[in-house]
Ligand binder design. Structure first.
Ligand SMILES: NC(=O)c1ccc[n+]([C@@H]2O[C@H](COP(=O)([O-])OP(=O)(O)OC[C@H]3O[C@@H](n4cnc5c(N)ncnc54)[C@H](OP(=O)(O)O)[C@@H]3O)[C@@H](O)[C@H]2O)c1
Length: 306
C-alpha cells in the first residue's frame, strides 16, 4: 500500500480508500468477507455517507467489521452529510449536527476521522457551518473536515468562516471523466474540453494542500456504466489491455494507476464490494506509469492534446 497525507490533517492515509456506497446491497457474509479482506490488504480507510442505502450501508459496515474499541483504533472513518435524498441539500447547523449523531450511532463509534459536506447547498450559511464544525470538533465527534463536489470559490466561502482546514474535496474523476484535466490543457480554446466546469479545482486543491478524493474511478458518464471492457471505449480498452499485459496486471489496475500517477497525489475512492477486485486496485500502488503511457491512455480515452 502507498500512503499519502490527507490535506493538512497530519494523517497518513492509504492511497486507496474503500467506498462503502454499495456494501448494503451485499449479504452480511459477503460484506464481512469484503471488509475483513480489505483490512488484510492494508485498506483501512472506509468512506461512507449517511444517505448510502438510507443508512443501511453504515450499519452493515459496522457489523461486518466487528466494530469495537480495538477495531476502531485500527481504521480511519469518513462519512458525508448534507443531502436529504430527493428533497433538498441542507448545510444548516441543526442538520449537520443531527446527521453526525445518526452516522456515529450507525457506525457504532463515538468519532469520525473525517466529515465531508456531500454536495454544495445553494442556501448555505457559512457561519452556521462554522458553528457546527466548532461544536463537532470540541465534542470530539469529528477530527477533520472536508467537502465533496465543491468548486474553488465554494471552498473559499466556507474557509472565510470556519477555523478548521478543509482537508479533502471528493470529486468524480476517471480516465473518461477527466474534465478537471481537460480544461487545464485546452485553455482558451473553443473545444468542448476547454469548459471550466469546476473553477479550476485541481489547481486550487494543489495550491491549498487539499486532497482530491476521486469517486467513480471506473465509471463513465453519471453512473452510465463501467468503461473497462465497454464497447463504447474500444481504443481505451486496447491500450489498457496492452499496458496490463506489459505490467502483468489487469486493465482495472492500469486504470487505477492512471489516477495515482497524477502528481496531485489523489486518493482513489474505490466502489467495488469484491475482494479480488480491490486487490487489483491496490496493485496499482506498485506501478508508476511513464509519462508517455499516462498521455497515451488520456488520448485513448478520447481527450485531445491541442
Ligand atoms: N461524493 C459523491 O458524490 C460520490 C458519488 C458516488 C460515489 N461516491 C463514493 O465513491 C465510491 C466509489 O464510487 P463508485 O462505486 O461509483 O466507483 P467505481 O469503483 O468506479 O465503481 C465500482 C462499481 O463498478 C463495478 N465494476 C465492474 N467492473 C469493474 C471493474 N473492472 N473495475 C472496477 N469496478 C468494476 C463494481 O462492482 P463489483 O462490486 O462487482 O466489483 C462496482 O459496483 C463510492 O463507494 C462512494 O464511497 C461518492
Amino acid at each position: 500500500m502507498k500512503y499519502i497525507e490527507l490535506g493538512k490533517s497530519g494523517m497518513e492515509v492509504p492511497a486507496i480508500a474503500v467506498g462503502c456506497m454499495s456494501i448494503g446491497d451485499r449479504t452480511f457474509a459477503e460484506a464481512e468477507h469484503f471488509v475483513q479482506s480489505a483490512l488484510e490488504m492494508g485498506c483501512n480507510f472506509f468512506e461512507h455517507a449517511d444517505i448510502y442505502g438510507a443508512g443501511r450501508c453504515e450499519r452493515m459496515f459496522a457489523d461486518a467489521i466487528h466494530m469495537s474499541p480495538s477495531v476502531r483504533e485500527k481504521i480511519i472513518l469518513q462519512s458525508k452529510c448534507g443531502i436529504v435524498s430527493g428533497v433538498m441539500y441542507d448545510f444548516s447547523k441543526e442538520h449537520i449536527l443531527s446527521s453526525v449523531d445518526g452516522i456515529l450511532s450507525r457506525l457504532k463509534t463515538d468519532y469520525l476521522d473525517v466529515l465531508a459536506l456531500h454536495r454544495p447547498d445553494a442556501l448555505v450559511e457559512p457561519e452556521e457551518v462554522a458553528e457546527a464544525f466548532d461544536i463537532l470538533q470540541a465534542s470530539g465527534k469529528v477530527r477533520h473536515f472536508g467537502v465533496s463536489n465543491h468548486k474553488s470559490a465554494q471552498i473559499k466561502l466556507l474557509e472565510k468562516y470556519i477555523k478548521q482546514p478543509i482537508v479533502c474535496d471528493q470529486l468524480q474523476f476517471s480516465l473518461t471523466n477527466a474534465g478537471m484535466i481537460q480544461s487545464g490543457m485546452e485553455v482558451n480554446m473553443e473545444t468542448p474540453g476547454a469548459a471550466d466546469r469546476d473553477d479550476s479545482i485541481l489547481d486550487f486543491c494543489r495550491l491549498n494542500d487539499i486532497t482530491i478524493q476521486t469517486w467513480s474511478p471506473f465509471r463513465y458518464g453519471f453512473f452510465e456504466g463501467i468503461f473497462i471492457g465497454s464497447d463504447k471505449y474500444p481504443e481505451l480498452n486496447k491500450v489498457l489491455n496492452e499496458l496490463a499485459e506489459k505490467y502483468a496486471v489487469s486493465a482495472t489496475t492500469i486504470a487505477a494507476a492512471w489516477i495515482l500517477r497524477h502528481p496531485a497525489k489523489m486518493q482513489l475512492v474505490s466502489g467495488t464490494t469484491k475482494a479480488f477486485r480491490l486487490a487489483e486496485i491496490v496493485k496499482a500502488t506498485e506501478i508508476t506509469l511513464t509519462r508517455e503511457e499516462w498521455y497515451r491512455l488520456y488520448l485513448a480515452a478520447g481527450h485531445i492534446l491541442p
